[in-house]
Design a protein around this ligand. Structure first.
Ligand code: NAD
Length: 459
C-alpha cells in the first residue's frame, strides 16, 4: 500500500510515463499479443480461484456460489468470449461511399486509446475490476487499475495476480482511497473507465474534462421494478427476491423499489415473503451464506431506512456482523427518506399504483434509472414502458439477467452513466472509431474543385 500523497504522486506519474512509452512502442496492438495476455489472465484466475473466493468471503461474506457466478465465472466468460471473437472485432469495417466520392473506399478502424485508467467499486470488487481490464486488453491499451479500498482482501489478490502476470509498463495496480484516486485523476490518461457512485462520477468527469479525456461512466441510481396485475406472481416474486437480495442488495442494478398494481399488492408480498424464506431461511442473520454490508457507515445508513415504512418481512439487523435481514417495507411514499437515494442494501420498499400512466410520469420526474424491470404478460404494457421511460437497460419478466449476456451493451444513461461495455461493447468502449477514406489518384473529377453554381448544386 502506498503511504503518502507525495509517494502516490511520484509513483503514479512514473507509471503513466512508462506506460505511455510502452504503448507507443506498439507491442500491445497486435492480435497475438492481446490474445496471449487474455489467456494468461484466464489461467491465473483459474489458478487463484480459491484465493479469490476467500478474499470475497473476508471482504463481503460472499458465498462460494455468488463468488463464482457473479464474479469469477462472469469474468472467465468475458475472457473466453473475447478470445473467440477478437479477430472478427478487430477487422476494419468497410462502409459505402456516396456518389460524390466515386473511386474511394471508406473504412473504419478500431484504434486503441493508449494509457487507460480503471477505477472500480467494492460491491463486485473482482468482476468490476477485471471485466474492464479485459476491455483494456482487447482494445490494445495499457491500463492502470485502482480497485476499491473498502474490499482490501480482494484488492490485494488482484494486485498480486497483476504483478505476477504483467510488467507495470503494461498493466499496473495502484491501491489506495480517495487521495490516491484524486492523484491518479490529475494525470493525463487517454481513456478513463469509472464504475461507482453518481457523486464520484461527477468528480471523475470534471477531472477528465481538464484533459478532454474520453470516458465511460458506470454509475448507479434507483432502479424501479413495476409489477402489473397480470404478472405471473410466483415467478415474479422469485425473480425479484433473487435480484434484490443477491449480494445483500449491494448491486448497482438491483431492483431498488417496487411499483405494484394495487390489485395484486398483498399477493405479491405474500409470495415474496415465501421466497425470502426459501432463499435465506427463517433466520437470515444466522445464515453463513448471506452477504454482509460492506462498512459500518453503509450499515448505519441502511438501518435508518428500516423505520421509513411498515415492516412486512425482516427488519432485524446485527451491528457486529454488519448483516441486515432481507426486508420488505410497505406504506412507502416518495416523501420517505428511503426514496431519496439509491438504497444499495437488502431493503425493498413497495409503492402501489392504480394507473400505469401515473407510474410512468413519476419515474420520469426522477433521474434516468440504470435499470428497469417490468413484470407483465401483456406486451403492450411492457412496450409502453420501454417506449416511454428512458433507462440504461433492463428486463421484461426478470431482474439482473440483462447484464449477464455479452451480446447486450451494459450501461446507464444520463445520471446513471454514459457509455457501455461487455462482450464486443467492451472492445468498442476501449477503442476509438477511426474513419479513413482511401482515395484513388486514377480518377480526379474536376467538378469537385469548381465553385460554380453547378458544382455547388452537385455537392
Ligand atoms: P464510490 O463512487 O464511492 O467509489 C468508487 C471508486 O471511486 C472507489 O475506487 C473509490 O476509491 C473511488 N473514489 C471515492 N471517492 C472518490 C473521490 N472523491 N475522488 C476520486 N475517486 C473516488 O462507489 P462505491 O461505494 O465503491 O460503489 C457503489 C456505487 O457504485 C453505487 O452507487 C453503485 O450503484 C455504483 N455501481 C455501479 C455499477 C455499474 O456498473 N453501473 C456497478 C457497481 C456499482
Amino acid at each position: 500500500m502506498i503511504e503518502s500523497v507525495v509517494d502516490v504522486e511520484g509513483n503514479v506519474n512514473q507509471i503513466v510515463k512508462k506506460q505511455r512509452v510502452y504503448f507507443h512502442a506498439g507491442s500491445t496492438k497486435s492480435r497475438e499479443f492481446r490474445i496471449s495476455q487474455l489467456k494468461k489472465l484466464y489461467n491465473s484466475i483459474v489458478k487463484n480461484e480459491e484465493k479469490i473466493k476467500n478474499a470475497l468471503h473476508l471482504d463481503l461474506n460472499k458465498s462460494e456460489f455468488e463468488a463464482y457466478s457473479t464474479e469469477i465465472g462472469f469474468t472467465l466468460k468475458e475472457i473466453s468470449e473475447a478470445i473467440k471473437n477478437l479477430e472478427n472485432w478487430m477487422k476494419p469495417i468497410r462502409v459505402k461511399t456516396p456518389i460524390t466520392h466515386v473511386g474511394t473506399k471508406g473504412r473504419i478502424y478500431r484504434e486503441p486509446y493508449g494509457v487507460t485508467l480503471i477505477i472500480s467499486p467494492w460491491n463486485y470488487p473482482f468482476q468490476l475490476t477485471m471485466t474492464p481490464l479485459v476491455g483494456a486488453i482487447i482494445g490494445g491499451n495499457t491500463a492502470i487499475i485502482k480497485p476499491s479500498e473498502l474490499t482490501p482482501n480482494t484488492s490485494n489478490i488482484i494486485d498480486q495476480m497483476i504483478r505476477e502476470l504483467f510488467n507495470e509498463e503494461y498493466v499496473a495496480v495502484v491501491q489506495g482511497g480517495v487521495e490516491t484516486s484524486t492523484e491518479l485523476l490529475k494525470q493525463k490518461f487517454d481513456f478513463i473507465f469509472f464504475t461507482g457512485s453518481v457523486q464520484v462520477g461527477k468528480i471523475v468527469m470534471e477531472a477528465a474534462s481538464k484533459h478532454l479525456t474520453p470516458l465511460v461512466l458506470e454509475l448507479g441510481g434507483k432502479s424501479p421494478t413495476i409489477v402489473h396485475h397480470d404478472a405471473n406472481l410466483s415467478v415474479t416474486a422469485k425473480r425479484i427476491i433473487w435480484g434484490k437480495f443477491t449480494n445483500a442488495g449491494q448491486t448497482c442494478i438491483a431492483p431498488d423499489y417496487i411499483y405494484v398494481h394495487e390489485k395484486v399488492k398483498n399477493q405479491l408480498i405474500q409470495a415474496m415473503k415465501q421466497e425470502i424464506v426459501q432463499f435465506y431461511g427463517n433466520q437470515p442473520l444466522e445464515n453463513e451464506e448471506y452477504t454482509k454490508i460492506v462498512s459500518e457507515r453503509h450499515f448505519n445508513r441502511l438501518v435508518n431506512f428500516l423505520k421509513d415504512g411498515k415492516v412486512e418481512h425482516g427488519g432485524q439487523s446485527d451491528s457486529t456482523s454488519h448483516k441486515i435481514e432481507p426486508t420488505i417495507l410497505s406504506d412507502i411514499s416518495w416523501e420517505a427518506s428511503i426514496m431519496d437515494e439509491e438504497i444499495f442494501g437488502p431493503i425493498l420498499p413497495i409503492l402501489t399504483y392504480h394507473n400505469l400512466d401515473d407510474v410512468i410520469t413519476e419515474i420520469n420526474q426522477h433521474p434516468k434509472p440504470l435499470a428497469l424491470y417490468v413484470f407483465t404478460e401483456n406486451k403492450s404494457i411492457s412496450n409502453q414502458i420501454i417506449e416511454r421511460v428512458p433507462f440504461g437497460g433492463g428486463c421484461v419478466n426478470d431482474t439482473l439477467y440483462h447484464m449477464a449476456t455479452p451480446y447486450l451493451p451494459f450501461g446507464g444513461v444520463g445520471e446513471s452513466g454514459s457509455g457501455s461495455y461487455h462482450g464486443e461493447y467492451s472492445f468498442k468502449a476501449f477503442t476509438h472509431e477511426k474513419s479513413v477514406l482511401v482515395q484513388t489518384t486514377k480518377i480526379d473529377l474536376k467538378i469537385r474543385y469548381h465553385t460554380t453554381k453547378n458544382a455547388l448544386r452537385f455537392i
